[in-house]
Design a protein around this ligand. Structure first.
Ligand code: GRF
Length: 206
């Protein structure tokens, strides 16, 4: 691959990863960038959290990623999001990748990065939206659930689907087991889907 003057690979997509919690999907993405399917395709320009004490931020820093945070506690949604948009724009991201970011995004945010915000949802977004998707699958005793990676629009988990992958839930006796199986699929699907998106290999479902 062609290299820039400083030895860097030109035209890598700049990813801003947003999280609120433990950040296992962030780790999968960073691993993909550092030595997996996203190597030579993307770089992580910032890992941002609305919770300054999110464990995922410390993990990101330990992995060598730039980090930033702003507390959303007690803040009005539009006003907070406008501030986050300004902060993120400073990093010039090509894509904003939500990885357990526990906020419903305002129109201000979605419009600022229209068509360039991705999310991972632990269910088929046609069947389940919002929180507690693994609890839902477990309580319904579903034999299978589907992890979904989608673009974010102004609705709750309503954006165009980029990719889905099934999780076999047969014989999963506890919620913890459902989550364990689901997260293993999430981690692979998210990095793979971002890679395919960056290689323009995806057909975006409307
Ligand atoms: C994942 O299940 C993801 O699908 C959902 O939130 C959870 C975040 O987990 N949106 P983690 O912080 O990536 O470990």
């Amino acid at each position: 691959m062609e290299r820039g003057l400083g030895g860097e690979v030109p035209n890598k997509a700049r990813l801003a990863i947003l999280l609120s919690g433990r950040g296992s999907n962030m780790v999968a993405l960073v691993n993909g960038v550092q030595h997996g399917v996203l190597k030579d395709l993307a770089e992580v320009v910032v890992v941002f959290s609305n919770k300054p004490d999110a464990p995922g931020l410390e993990t990101a820093a330990a992995l060598g990623c730039p980090t930033a945070s702003l507390s959303s506690q007690g803040r009005k949604r539009e006003e907070f999001d406008a501030q986050v948009v300004e902060l993120l724009k400073g990093y010039q991201p090509d894509y904003v990748v939500l990885a357990g970011y526990m906020r419903i995004l305002s129109g201000t945010f979605v419009r600022a990065f229209a068509g360039r915000i991705l999310n991972i949802h632990p269910a088929d977004t046609h069947q389940h939206q919002g929180l507690h998707a693994y609890e839902w699958a477990f309580e319904q005793q579903l034999p299978e659930t589907k992890i979904t990676v989608h673009l974010v629009d102004e609705g709750l988990d309503t954006g165009p689907i980029l990719a889905q992958a099934p999780v076999d839930l047969r014989g999963a006796a506890t919620l913890a087991e459902v989550e364990r199986r689901g997260l293993a699929v999430e981690h692979q699907l998210y990095a793979d889907t971002v890679a395919r998106l960056l290689r323009s290999e995806l057909k975006i479902e409307k």
